[in-house]
Design a protein around this ligand. Structure first.
Ligand code: SF4
Ligand code: SF4
Length: 277
């Protein structure tokens, strides 16, 4: 019997990638190229052109990209567009991007006035976004480490429905299950990767029926530790890019901003109490 990986090489252009999602893709690039490199991801990525757009306004009330440092992007795209009103500023960061714009008659080399327009648009953009975390993002991994035994995880676990929506919409979540489908002849079959979620009850069930992360509280903690600590420490990039999608998707209003700020509030209170005693 012979088993071969089916590597897809479908040329793809992704248009209008938000700046926060560009940060998420940069994280995924590192994750999937490190250790056991993911040949499927890398093949697809090599055949993908990313055309990103500079976000000039928050896309929803739950966004907190400014707090996570993902409000803007300076590299990693093939083509980056900034809306100047009547024109777009076009920035290129790859040979693929250069090849696409080569010969386009609608482009011109920027003048001093064009740079001034771009600077003005960027200067007007920043005040439209609010800092929503009560502390600097560089403190987040340390805060998470000190919050491992917080009672807050039990409170989140009591609310969580284990529906998995927060991970399904997350641009930095990439966990999948593997399932084998064999046809009736037992001669042919497929090995499939299927999106999975660390928040559903069965996620951590292993041989013998043992569930090594059975409680919803433990799974919420795991999720937020990945977003706030593990990914940053392993790959040097934020594990949550502040897009706010999980907050919009959660039926019981469990959100990263509320979670991180509440952990910060409890740690600050604890520090004050210890200082007094
Ligand atoms: S955890 Fe939520 S806010 Fe952060 S990147 Fe994922 S979906 Fe976006
Ligand atoms: S979307 Fe909300 S309720 Fe559903 S698993 Fe995530 S945190 Fe729990």
């Amino acid at each position: 019997m012979q088993i071969e990986a089916e590597i897809e090489h479908v040329p793809t252009v992704v248009m209008g990638v938000h700046t926060c999602d560009m940060h998420a893709i940069q994280l995924l690039d590192r994750v999937h190229a490190t250790g056991y490199a993911d040949q499927h991801y890398l093949a697809r990525r090599q055949n993908t052109v990313l055309v990103s757009v500079e976000c000039l306004r928050p896309c929803m009330p739950h966004s907190f990209c400014k707090s996570m440092g993902t409000l803007s992007i300076t590299e990693g795209y093939d083509i980056h567009l900034t809306d100047l009103g009547t024109d777009y500023a076009v920035d290129i960061d790859s040979e693929k991007g250069e090849a696409i714009i080569a010969g386009l008659s609608a482009l011109w080399d920027p003048t001093d006035e064009d740079y001034e327009r771009l600077n003005r648009v960027m200067a007007e953009k920043w005040p439209r976004f609010a800092y929503r975390l009560d502390f600097d993002v560089t403190e987040l991994p340390n805060l998470m480490g000190m919050s491992y035994n917080s009672s807050y995880w039990e409170e989140l676990g009591a609310r969580c429905l284990a529906c998995g929506m927060c991970t399904k919409v997350c641009p930095t979540c990439y966990c999948f299950n593997v399932s084998d489908e064999v046809d009736l002849s037992l001669q042919n079959g497929k090995r499939l990767r299927i999106w999975d979620s660390c928040q559903v009850d069965q996620f951590a069930v292993v041989a013998g029926g043992h569930n090594f992360r059975a409680s919803r509280a433990a799974r919420q903690r795991h999720r937020f530790f990945r977003k706030g600590k593990y990914q940053t420490e392993a790959y040097g990039l934020v594990g949550c890019v502040g897009c706010g999608r999980c907050a919009a998707a959660c039926l019981v209003n469990i959100t990263p901003v509320d979670t991180f700020n509440e952990l910060y509030r409890r740690r600050t209170e604890r520090n004050h109490a210890e200082a007094k005693s």
